[in-house]
Ligand binder design. Structure first.
Ligand code: FMN
Length: 211
């Protein structure tokens, strides 16, 4: 049977680092024979993070967030999927607010507060978590290890892929303020030499996720 993979873009910039890597991972999954459905969180109808209604703790709604908004189709699709590709840029040392809104509701619906069975997840869904950042690849290992641990407890086996030191602007010289924190030439060079390899890695990881 054809595997169903959900790809979630938790970044706002189409065609930039995060979206490109998600697209590559999706291509890998498609080439492995999977069907990929894509959600761009910045293009959805209005939504919020968890509103703490505890509806998902009621026996009849177990594992289902009952809050109805723009994230409902995303949560439903992930629940029925065979794999999740999710990517976000790093914003202020965290993943984006859009990522967090989905993450709160995705995890909390499976959290039971029961000692024997803390998660009511019935099916392990493998996850590929992609993060891009201005900082080096290794700068946010603690953050990503926390996400990996929680995703593995409540969703499924998780692989993390980081693309650090990304190109943030096409032309750093076209600004009326001084971006002295960065070396635009080094950034550009990295984007031309290292980033294409990262695209290949993302493709491979997407393929493996769907195999
Ligand atoms: C609001 C905002 C906050 C950011 N904060 C950080 C940060 O704390 N650490 C970091 O390494 N990069 C930070 N960045 C840079 C982005 O994570 C980085 O440029 C990323 O690759 C952007 O992804 P994109 O090209 O897909 O938009 C920030 C960017 C924005 C817009």
């Amino acid at each position: 049977m054809t595997k169903k993979i959900i790809a979630v873009n938790a970044g706002p910039r189409m065609g930039w680092n995060t979206e490109t890597l998600i697209t590559e991972a999706s291509k890998g999954a498609i080439d492995a024979g999977a069907q990929v459905d894509r959600f761009d969180l910045f293009r959805l109808d209005r939504y919020t993070g968890c509103i703490s209604c505890f509806g998902c703790k009621k026996n009849r709604f177990k594992g289902h967030c009952i809050c109805r908004d723009g994230l409902t189709p995303v949560l439903d699709a992930i629940r029925e999927s065979d794999g999740l590709i999710i990517g976000s840029p790093n914003y202020l040392g965290e993943l984006t607010a859009s990522f967090r809104a989905l993450y709160e509701r995705l995890i909390f619906q499976n959290l039971t507060y029961n000692m024997e069975t803390p998660s009511c997840n019935e099916r392990e869904i493998p996850v590929l978590l992609i993060m891009t950042s201005n900082a080096q690849d290794t700068a946010y290992m603690n953050l990503l290890n926390n996400y990996k641990g929680t995703l593995e407890r409540f969703i499924g086996p998780t692989k993390v892929f980081v693309s650090g030191n990304t190109l943030q602007l096409k032309d750093y010289s076209k600004n009326d303020w001084e971006w002295s924190m960065f070396n635009p030439e080094a950034k550009k060079q990295r984007h031309e030499t290292v980033f294409p390899k990262e695209m290949q890695e993302a493709y491979q990881l997407g393929k493996e996720l769907a195999e």
